[in-house]
Design a binder for this molecule. Structure first.
Ligand SMILES: Cc1ncc(COP(=O)(O)O)c(C=O)c1O
Length: 476
């Protein structure tokens, strides 16, 4: 292809994706609504796309930008002078490294474990899986927060890490960090605060006079914090900051290998060669916006959340699951409507909201990650919500065929075969033309309802089988 043709093809492909601008995509993306900020981020990514973060002596500008970005984050989170940090590729990598460093700092522990609230992000389960760390999961109460004393009681001689969220993704509430960190400190165990999604909002919310419980490095016992710049710092995708209270706490995160004839590999992150683009993009956006810019954006996003919460209160059939502490809103539906139909209806009206499956005896909900750019469209969003609720009530409940429910119940998630998966696709009517591959329906309510009746282990197995089908080489 010629360059113009390739670029035209790229644009055509991208047209099928969710929009990243406009504030109407309420998961996955975070929109400042500021064209100049987007432009500076994009140009910085492009300028550094070929630079390699593998070796800071070869690309000293990347080291300087990393130190400046970590310094900004350390100031923001009230870190002590001796605090250090690393720019990673995202929230999951920051969490993986926090868990790995905690494990490797305690090599004497034979079967290491970590104590996490049931609402902790799935990245902790991924870290447990990758690093052989057991999860000790503490349930949350009616306020969707764990009891800190229950967390304390769950700590034993194998515990290498205790976790709190600020806030949790699914419900948007801040865990009792002060009490949880005190429990960890009294037992000399590390405490990580996952502020991946709230860490760039809450400090400004506090400065704006909002009521924010203490959660950052001012809390004794908090040893590390993750905060994602590719979320509410409104930077291009691909960066997060992992801060440790001291260099000693970070040491085990580093990896070096001189056991081969090439260059000595020396990494602070899981990646070795890594593009300088995301770091440059984050640096450029944070430098452009600065504290003043983030204060204004935080005021906008919190005003949007307030208006959305108030608006939800006026729509019969839906309610906010729990008053949000930051920028995430979870919506519950009463028995008159199905949450998965509601998400489809919102999508068809140009508002992408995210379905959340039922879990631990609690019903399915609808998730909104609100952006600063959403403020301008809040009235439209509430009209769409009202109309979507009416349409979902009219459509009635989504009933999963009892035969399909039985089919799923009879399957063993640990041994799901291709034949099982195909049988399920056929039974549920999802298998279109077998030669054309998987046919994704326009509306997802039936698929989500089907997943919702499956156990978490079965959901995992089905979705892995599904992803495996999607990810097949496109060959001539
Ligand atoms: C609280 C929290 N932790 C961790 C993550 C994982 O971040 P990422 O998707 O950047 O890996 C998220 C993502 O939404 C999050 O909300």
């Amino acid at each position: 292809m010629s360059t113009p043709d390739a670029l035209a093809r790229l644009r055509a492909l991208q047209a099928d994706d969710l929009p990243v601008h406009g504030g109407r995509t309420l998961a996955y993306v975070y929109d400042s609504g500021l064209a100049d900020v987007d432009r500076v981020g994009r140009e910085a990514v492009a300028a550094y796309a070929g630079s390699n973060g593998l070796d800071p002596t070869a690309f000293p500008s990347l080291l300087q930008m990393e130190n400046e970005l970590v310094g900004f984050a350390a100031d923001l989170l009230n870190a002590p002078d001796e605090a250090v940090g690393t720019v990673t590729s995202g929230g999951t990598e920051s969490i993986l490294l926090a868990v790995q460093a905690a494990r490797d700092s305690r090599p004497e522990v034979v079967s290491p474990s970590m104590v996490i609230p049931e609402t902790a992000h799935a990245a902790f389960h991924k870290a447990a899986h990758y690093f052989g760390v057991r999860t000790v999961v503490v349930p949350v109460g009616d306020d969707f927060r764990p009891n800190p004393w229950a967390m304390g009681r769950a700590i034993d001689g194998t515990t290498v890490l205790v976790v709190a969220s600020a806030p949790s993704y699914a419900h948007g509430v801040i865990d009792p960090v002060t009490e949880i960190a005190a429990q960890a400190k009294s037992k000399k165990v590390r405490c990580h605060v996952d502020a991946c999604i709230g860490g760039w909002v809450l400090p400004y919310a506090e400065r704006l006079g909002r009521d924010v419980p203490e959660w950052d490095f001012r809390v004794p016992g908090v040893t590390s914090i993750s905060v994602d710049t590719h979320k509410y710092a409104y930077a291009p995708k691909g960066t997060s900051v992992l801060l440790h209270r001291s260099p000693e706490l970070r040491r085990a995160q580093y990896f070096a290998s001189a056991r081969w004839p090439g260059y000595t590999m020396l990494n602070a992150t899981t990646q070795s060669t890594k593009s300088g683009g995301p770091l440059a993009g984050a640096w450029a956006v944070v430098t452009t916006l600065g504290d003043e810019g983030y204060l204004a954006l935080t005021e906008q996003v919190l005003d949007a959340v307030e208006a959305i919460v108030a608006g939800i209160g006026e729509v019969a059939g839906v309610r906010v699951v729990v008053p949000p502490d930051s920028t995430l809103v979870a919506i519950a539906c009463d028995e008159t409507l199905d949450p998965f139909t509601l998400t489809d209806e919102m999508t068809s009206r140009g508002w992408y909201v995210q379905p959340q499956m039922s879990f631990a005896g609690r019903p399915a909900t609808v998730h909104l990650s609100v952006s600063a750019a959403t403020l301008a469209g809040v009235d439209d969003l509430l009209v769409a919500l009202r109309d979507s609720v009416a349409a979902a009530v009219k459509a009635g409940p989504v009933v999963v065929d009892p035969g399909v429910v039985d089919f799923i119940a009879a399957l063993d998630p640990a041994r799901l075969t291709d034949d099982d998966f195909e049988g399920l696709l056929a039974a549920s009517g999802l298998m279109g033309d077998p030669d054309a591959g998987l046919a994704l329906p326009e509306r997802m309510a039936e698929v989500n309802a089907l997943l919702d009746v499956a156990s978490p282990a079965m959901r995992e197995a089905l979705l892995v089988a599904f992803l495996d089908r999607l990810a097949r080489p496109a060959r001539e």
